[in-house]
Write a protein that binds this ligand. Structure first.
Ligand code: NAP
Length: 246
C-alpha cells in the first residue's frame, strides 16, 4: 500500500489505536496531521518526523465546532489538502441506563458522534474539489450488537455507521469513499480497566482467543485508505477476532 503524496488527518491519535493508525499511514508514505486533546499529539508527530515523514500535531477538541474548523484550516494551510480523514477520537462513560446522567450521555455523543459529523463536513470541500478522498471512522462492535452499561457509547457508534452509509451515498460520484471499522476488544488504555478475570472470560468469547492490538486496526485503516480499496464504500469492517459474525 503506497500512500505517498497523501495527506492524512487522524483524530485522537496521541495514544492507542489512533497513534498506531498515524504511524502506519506514515509508514505507507503519508504526511500525517496528528490530532489529540493532549500534548501526546506532539510526541506522536515527533515520532513520525524521526522516521523521516512530515507530520504536524494539532491539539483540538473534535467535539467543538470552532476547534474542528481551526484543526482542518491548519492542516490545509500546512499541506494544501486532506486526502484521508480517520475519525478515531472516542471516549466511553459507562453506566447502567437507569443511573446514566445527561452529562454522561452528552459527553459521549458529542465526542464520539458529533465529532465525526464536524470533521467530515470540514474536510469534504477539499475532497470534493479534488475528486478523491477517504473517510474512515472507528465505530465498534458495540454499535452493532449493543452492550449493557454502554447505551450512550453504543448509540454513538451505531450512529457512526448510519452516518457513514449516508455520506458514502452522497459523495460516491466524486471519487470519495466512506467506511467504518468496528473493532472488538483491543488492548489499549480504554480496555486496561478490565480485571484479569474479565479478560479471561472475554477471551473465551473471541474465536481467535486473544485481544487485538492497535496495529490490527491500523492495518485495516491503511488498506481502506489505499487506492486498492477504491471499490469499497459504505461498509463496516469488523476487526474483532471473529467475535461478531453477521
Ligand atoms: P484511547 O486509548 O482512550 O485513545 C483515545 C484518544 O482520543 C486519546 O488520546 C484521547 O485523548 C483522544 N480524545 C478523547 N477525546 C478527544 C477529543 N474530544 N478531541 C480529540 N481527541 C480526543 O482509546 P482507544 O482504545 O485507542 O480507542 C480509539 C477509538 O477506537 C475510539 O473511538 C474507541 O471508541 C474505538 N474503539 C476502541 C476499542 C478498544 O477495545 N480499545 C474497541 C472498539 C472501538 P486524551 O487521552 O488526551 O483524552
Amino acid at each position: 500500500m503506497d500512500l505517498s503524496n497523501r495527506v492524512a488527518l487522524v483524530t485522537g491519535a496521541g495514544q492507542g489505536i489512533g497513534r498506531a493508525i498515524a504511524l502506519r499511514l506514515a509508514e505507507a508514505g503519508a504526511t500525517v496531521v496528528v490530532n489529540d486533546l493532549a500534548e501526546t499529539a506532539e510526541r506522536v508527530a515527533e515520532e513520525i518526523r524521526a522516521h523521516g515523514r512530515p507530520s504536524l500535531a494539532v491539539r483540538a477538541d473534535v467535539g467543538s465546532s470552532p476547534d474542528v474548523t481551526r484543526l482542518v484550516a491548519t492542516a490545509i494551510a500546512s499541506y494544501g489538502r486532506v486526502d484521508i480523514l480517520v475519525n478515531n477520537a472516542g471516549i466511553a462513560r459507562d453506566q447502567l441506563l437507569i443511573r446514566m446522567s445527561d452529562e454522561d450521555w452528552d459527553r459521549v455523543l458529542n465526542t464520539d458522534l458529533k465529532s465525526v459529523f464536524l470533521c467530515t463536513r470540514a474536510v469534504l470541500k477539499s475532497m470534493l474539489k479534488q475528486r478523491w478522498g477517504r473517510i474512515i471512522s472507528i465505530a465498534s462492535i458495540v454499535g452493532l450488537v449493543g452492550n449493557p452499561g454502554q447505551a450512550n457509547y453504543a448509540s454513538a457508534k451505531a450512529g457512526i455507521i448510519g452516518f457513514t452509509r449516508s455520506i458514502a451515498k452522497e459523495v460516491a460520484s466524486r471519487g470519495i469513499t466512506a467506511n467504518a471499522i468496528a473493532p472488538g476488544f483491543i488492548d489499549t488504555e480504554m480496555t486496561q480497566h478490565l480485571a484479569e478475570g474479565q479478560r479471561q472470560e472475554l477471551k473465551k468469547r473471541i474465536p481467535l482467543g486473544y485481544l487485538g492490538s492497535p496495529g490490527d486496526v491500523a492495518e485495516a485503516v491503511a488498506f481502506l485508505a489505499s487506492e486498492e480499496a477504491r471499490y469499497i464504500t459504505g461498509q463496516v469492517l469488523s476487526v474483532d477476532g471473529g467475535m461478531v459474525m453477521a
